[in-house]
Write a protein that binds this ligand. Sequence first.
Ligand code: G3H
Ligand code: 13P
Ligand code: ZN
Length: 320
Amino acid sequence: MVSYQELGLVNSKALFQKAVQGGYAIPAYNFNNMEQLQAIIQACVETKSPVIIQVSSGARKYANQTLLRYMAEGAVAYAKELGFGIPIVLHLDHGDTFELCKSCIDTGFSSVMIDGSHLSYDENVAVTKKVVEYAHAHDVTVEGELGVLAGVEDEVSAEHHTYTRPEEVEDFVGKTGVDSLAISIGTSHGAFKFKPGTDPKIRLDILAEIEKKIPGFPIVLHGSSSVPQDIVAIINKFGGKMDAAIGIPEEQLRAASKSAVCKINIDSDGRLAMTAAIRKVFAEKPAEFDPRKYLGPARDALKELYKHKNTNVLGSAGKA
Ligand code: G3H
Ligand code: 13P
Ligand code: ZN
């Protein structure tokens, strides 16, 4: 049993309170390897932003949960070495069982998501409440989810959004004791969020209804990549095939983060930035075979992307 406090990490409680009051959102960036973690920490140190580094089930399979948690511990020291100790939350993204959440809490995660959104309402309440009871006994914060995002989420996929029902949120939050709530208002995972020719809009009206029911309660948006078209163009220019990739317009995320939305999850945009940089190196320097020569530029591109997000989209720059 290792506590996150021993690792120098923080939970999300105070960060969310400040973010809701200050009208900005904390970035929640996924990581699977060293270069992604370096880019996240460098960007957040340079912009003086708090950060949530999150581990998905795909990341646990790819890299190993224990190794990722040691990397997170290293990230605390790394940030200080870069010159500014930022608050770092280590979060389990889309936890699907009590046992998984418990194993993360027992090994030093400071925050967990229990995603019961695919279950019936009562089952979702039951499993979320069980996780909250265990987590709170260890001062770990818990994110629950109500409503189903369209698209692919690890092995689970849904063809259509089931928007969060504002009339359920107060009951869910009250019964479970969660610290934050992920909602479904038209965002979705991956790089193909809207059909070409349709209006890429999220339902800020449903967000406003939810906020009326639970004023000031921390809200989380998943599936919030914007799929920058300049990055998609580089991928396509250098041999990729990503036509019709469309994300959430940045202005809409900026508007949402001024409300009680205090955590915004971004993964796909980082994947795109790395892919574009690597494709460019491979196309322009076909004789290159040192991984540092393509992973280095990928890391730099990722860092620039995250600095932009913190500064211009989430508003978290300068809030550490
Ligand atoms: O929720 C989705 C995240 O982008 C993580 O995806 O399980 O493929 O790492 P992943
Ligand atoms: P994107 O696929 O839009 O980056 O969403 C990531 C996410 O929600 C991780 O939980
Ligand atoms: Zn997600």
